[in-house]
Structures are given as C-alpha cells and as structure tokens.
Design a protein around this ligand. Structure first.
Ligand code: HEC
Length: 177
C-alpha cells in the first residue's frame, strides 16, 4: 500500500470510528426506558427521570404501592362485613391454604396481618394477577427470591378476591382483640 493508500485508510477510520461509537451509544440509550426523555427533558424532566429510576420496570408510583393488575383505583374499606368475610374464608380454604398458612411460613408467606402492611389493592392484585406481579413488582419478586415458589392464579374474580381480603382483615382483627 502506498503513502496515499495509507492516508486514505487513516482518514476512513478517523471518519467511521466516531460514527460507530455514536451509533453504539444511540443503541444503548434507545434501550433505556428513559429514552428519548433523557435527550429532550430539561430540568423539569430530570426530577421525573429520577423518580422513574427509583421505580423498577417502569412501574408507576401507584403500582409500586398498590400492585399491578385489574385493581386500578382505591378500594374503600369500612367496618368489617362478616358475611363477606365468611365467604372469603371458604375461598381461602379452597384456593389459598394449599400454599398459605395464617401464622407460619409454608409454600408462601404467612398471611395473618398482611392487611396491616400491604394496601388492599396490592393484596387483591396479587390474588388476581400473581404472575405479572412476580415478574414485575419488586415486592413480589423479593418474596419469590425468599420462597422459591411461584404463586399461581387461582381463577378468582374481583368480587371473590375482595371477599378474601375481607377474610384476612377479619382474621387479623380476631387475633388482635
Ligand atoms: C401455588 C401456591 C400458592 C397459592 C395457591 C396461593 N399463593 Fe399466595 N403466594 C405464594 C407464594 C410462593 C408467594 C410469594 C411470592 C411468590 O414467590 O410467588 C405468595 C404471595 C402472596 C401474597 C403477598 C404477601 C405479601 O407479603 O405481600 C399474598 C397477599 C398472597 N400470596 C395471597 C394469596 C391468596 C389470598 C391466595 C388464594 C386466593 C393465594 N395467595 C394462593 C404461593 C401461593
């Protein structure tokens, strides 16, 4: 290769290399969930980005607290409905006790008092949509890592899940009188 040829190759490499680098950076950024917000956002966007970064898997703040699933608005709780709780108890015995005990670890975590540290919507979404919860919600993922078992959907409808929630509220109250 002559001097000219060598210079040509150098120039070519000098031109192409930064292009490849830029392209690679672009590809990496495009896979970031913040993209293209991270390019266009000004200062206002950066708090938004910081907030989103705190939520894994692009979950909204609402989903972080209330879980992912069909329950997307607040469940209004009032005094415990004993009739609904009794209905929930039947369902719990049929559908949940294969894996859950109330007061001790079994296949899954003990559920007595779960109503005191999880939102009602979270509990219902866990009942109605366990697979996605385990996949995407950090709390359910954490439990999976602890229990090495996957909660499976039990085919309950929303009303039945609500009844089971009522039973869990009732159970906690009974045991904390
Ligand atoms: C096949 C076993 C299995 C069945 C059946 C099952 N679960 Fe689970 N459950 C689990 C496991 C295991 C976890 C922990 C998360 C994971 O690893 O999937 C869990 C987690 C939960 C949680 C989250 C607890 C917390 O601390 O946030 C709730 C609430 C729950 N289950 C309620 C129920 C209810 C109510 C039923 C019945 C409708 C039910 N589960 C049926 C295995 C099961």
């Amino acid at each position: 290769m002559g001097k000219k040829g060598a210079r040509f190759v150098l120039i070519l490499v000098g031109l192409v290399y930064p292009l490849i680098t830029a392209f690679t950076i672009f590809i990496v950024m495009a896979h970031d969930p913040e993209f293209p917000g991270m390019l266009t956002s000004s200062t206002g966007g950066s708090t938004n980005a910081a907030q989103k970064a705190a939520n894994p898997n692009g979950l909204t703040d609402w989903e972080m607290e209330h879980g992912i699933g069909p329950i997307t608005s607040e469940i209004k709780l009032s005094a415990i409905d004993e009739k609904m709780a009794a209905e929930g108890e039947k369902l719990f015995k049929m559908k949940c006790m294969a894996c859950h005990k109330l007061d001790e670890r079994y296949v899954g975590p003990p559920l007595r008092g779960v109503t005191t540290f999880r939102k009602p919507e979270f509990i219902m979404n866990m009942i109605l949509n366990p697979s996605e919860m385990i996949q995407r919600h950090p709390i359910a993922k954490g439990l999976l890592a602890q229990y090495f078992n996957m909660m499976t959907p039990q085919g309950l409808d929303e009303q039945q899940a609500r009844a089971v929630l009522e039973y869990l509220r009732w159970d906690f109250e009974q045991n904390n009188k």
